[in-house]
Design a protein around this ligand. Structure first.
Ligand code: G3H
Ligand code: 13P
Ligand code: ZN
Length: 330
């Protein structure tokens, strides 16, 4: 049993309270390997932003759960070495069982998500409550989810959004005791969030997707004022990365994300945590493809993973400074 406090990590409670007051959102960036972790930490230290390091069950399988946890511990030391201490949360993304959440609490995570959103309502409540009871004994914060995002959540695929029902939120948060709630208001996972048919072209010919359902968000805020809300599926899918990937041999078609102005607006509301994974994948892939296409003789991984790490860092700095408003808040 390792408690996250021994590792120098923090839970999300105080960070969310400050984000709510200050009208910004904390970035939750997924990581699976060392370069991603280095880019996240160096970007957040440089912009003085608090950060949530997010680990999915897929990441645990890919990178080995023990190694990932030591990397998070290393991240705390790394931030100190870079010269500025930022609050770092280690969070389980889309936990799908009590056992997985318990394992994470027991091995040094400071926050877990239990995603019962695909279960019938009462089963979601029962599972979430069980995780909360265990996690809170160890001062670990818990994120629950109500409503289903279109797209892929780990192994679960949903064709359509089921928007969060504002009428359910008071009942859900009071009966489960969760610390934050992920909601469905039109975001979705991955790099293909909308079809071109769902979008309109603006005067510059750029495809603009339908706006997020801020009406539902406002209704939820009215029911549970001051309660931290989480947005999953919040990558913006920057066209420059898609263009670079396709220019150097990739084949990404019709990839469309959440416009940054929508996320900026969300960050000033009760949304305290914004999840971004796909944009990092795109930035890395674009940089790796470009180096390998321009330098086919290269075979030292540092020569393509190094530039990928640099590009990731730029992306994360942009998110904290220009999208979420978390820069300068650590
Ligand atoms: O919401 C899912 C995250 O992007 C994690 O993706 O399960 O492929 O690691 P993953
Ligand atoms: P994106 O696929 O939009 O980056 O969303 C990531 C996410 O929600 C992780 O939980
Ligand atoms: Zn998610």
């Amino acid at each position: 049993m390792v408690n996250y406090k021994e590792l120098g990590l923090v839970n999300s409670k105080e960070l969310f309270a400050k984000a709510m007051k200050g009208k910004y959102a904390i970035p939750a960036f997924n990581f699976n390997n060392m370069e991603q972790m280095q880019a996240i930490i160096s970007a957040c230290v440089e912009t003085k932003s608090p950060v949530i390091l997010q680990v999915s069950s897929g990441a645990r399988k890919y990178a080995n759960q023990t190694l990932l946890r030591y990397m998070a511990q290393g991240a705390v030391q790394y931030a100190k070495e870079l010269g500025y201490e930022i609050p770092i949360v280690l969070h389980l993304d889309h936990g799908d069982s009590f056992e997985l959440c318990k394992d994470c609490v027991d091995s040094g995570f400071s926050s877990v998500m239990i995603d019962g959103s695909h279960l019938p309502y009462e089963e979601n409540i029962a599972l979430t409550k069980r995780v909360v009871e265990y996690a809170h004994k160890h001062d670990v914060t818990v994120e629950g989810e109500l409503g289903i995002l279109a797209g892929i959540e780990d192994d679960v695929v949903a064709e359509h959004h089921t928007y969060t029902e504002p009428d359910q939120v008071i009942d859900f948060v009071t009966r489960t005791g969760v610390d934050s709630l992920a909601i469905s208001i039109g975001t979705s996972h991955g790099a293909f969030k909308f079809t071109p048919e769902q979008c309109e072209r603006n005067e510059d010919g750029v495809l603009v997707p339908p706006p997020l359902r801020f009406d539902i968000l406002e209704e939820i805020e009215r029911r549970i004022p001051g309660f931290p809300i989480v947005l999953h599926g919040s990558s913006s899918v920057p066209p420059k990365y898609v263009e670079t990937i396709n220019k150097y041999g990739g084949k990404l078609k019709d990839s469309i994300g959440i416009p940054e102005d929508q996320l900026r607006k969300a960050a000033t509301s009760a949304v305290c945590k914004v999840n971004i994974d796909s944009d990092g994948r795109l930035a890395m892939t674009a940089a790796v493809r470009e180096v390998l296409a321009k330098h086919p003789e290269e075979f030292d991984p540092r020569k393509y993973l190094g530039p990928a790490r640099e590009e990731l860092k730029k992306l994360y700095m942009h998110k904290t400074e220009n999208v979420l408003g978390s820069a300068g808040k650590a």
